[in-house]
Design a protein around this ligand. Structure first.
Ligand code: FES
Ligand code: FES
Length: 167
């Protein structure tokens, strides 16, 4: 039996799940966390991106056995318990980023990790960091704007009244 820590909750994964199953399918099919999307299954699109210990990873490329005992965060785990969105999620709404929406969970997960490691990225740094995330609707300009908006919000917050908190 494997124990997964997903969005702060521990889940026991039964022996009926092959430990080599990609994490993506355990999240979606076993745990019902369908916000994480299947795009290509071969590490080419990042629709399946989640965080392992805060680092962005393609969950279709991680055998579930390698995620046991690691802090896993999915798109469902970003917002606060009371539903308050993170600055990245709010910026996505404010910039009206999604078109079909299919790639957007992966985009938000990657943008969130980017802003944790680089709170004020340049256009070039955004393009470089986000290049693994494919959007067939080509929402890249709005993604860039939303990342800058979230960055500004975080910067204002840390300079102003509310310090700290989620990205
Ligand atoms: S579904 Fe994982 S990279 Fe495309
Ligand atoms: S919004 Fe359609 S694939 Fe990105």
């Amino acid at each position: 039996m494997l124990r997964l820590n997903v969005n702060g909750k521990t889940h026991e994964i039964g022996d009926n799940v092959d430990p080599d199953t990609p994490l993506l399918w355990v999240l979606r099919d076993t745990l019902g966390l369908v916000g994480t999307k299947f795009g290509c299954g071969i590490g080419q699109c990042s629709a399946c991106m989640v965080h392992l210990e805060g680092n962005p990873v393609q969950s279709c490329q991680v055998p579930v056995k390698n995620a046991a005992g690691v802090k896993i965060t999915t798109i469902e785990g970003l917002a606060a318990a009371d539903g308050t969105l993170t600055p990245v999620q709010q910026a996505w709404i404010d910039e009206d980023v999604p078109q079909c929406g299919y790639c957007q969970a992966g985009q938000i997960m990657h943008a969130t990790a980017l802003l944790h490691s680089n709170p004020n990225p340049t256009d070039e740094e955004i393009a470089s960091a986000m290049s693994a995330n494919i959007c067939r609707c080509a929402t890249y300009n709005r993604i860039r704007k939303a990342i800058h908006r979230a960055s500004e919000h975080m910067s204002n917050r840390s300079n102003g009244t509310k310090a700290g908190g989620a990205v």
